[in-house]
Design a protein around this ligand. Structure first.
Ligand code: CO
Length: 141
């Protein structure tokens, strides 16, 4: 029997890069009637963020704080904004990373978890392995 190292968990969030977070969040709020949080700056991640809450997950709008941010590079290619990544929860990131390496999927950066925007360890996976989609795995205890 095949050893199962990790199980994919809840969809934690979908992240959308936007050039103007105030403008973007007001349309989500006014047109969709969404519950949105106030804007937070996360300088260590180089972004401003707003969370749009829905019953089963959340959407995060991300605006870059500087042009050094990876989000800035994304916006150069997608000036009106667009979906940047999706984030799944996993219960054990180390096991998930082992499993990914064993099937040849690449982890971005040095391959080791970093502390993400919610204070939990995260890794990002090579979009080329996942239908062109950047996937974040976040360890939720
Ligand atoms: Co994220």
């Amino acid at each position: 029997m095949k050893e199962i190292l990790s199980e994919i968990g809840r969809l934690n969030h979908i992240a959308i890069a936007v050039p103007d977070i105030e403008k973007a969040s007001s349309i989500w709020e006014n047109a969709l009637g969404a519950n949105i949080t106030s804007t937070q700056s996360l300088p260590e991640h180089g972004v401003k963020v707003v969370f749009i809450e829905s019953p089963n997950t959340k959407v995060e709008l991300l605006e870059p704080l500087t042009n050094q941010s990876p989000i800035s590079k994304f916006l150069e290619r997608n000036p009106n904004g667009g979906m940047h990544h999706i984030c799944y929860e996993v219960s054990n990131l180390e096991n998930a990373a082992k499993k990914l390496k064993s099937v040849g999927a690449k982890i971005l950066g040095d391959g080791f978890p970093k502390i993400g925007a919610h204070g939990n360890p995260v890794i990002f996976l090579n979009p080329g392995d996942f239908s062109g989609t950047l996937i974040e795995l976040e360890e939720i205890k």
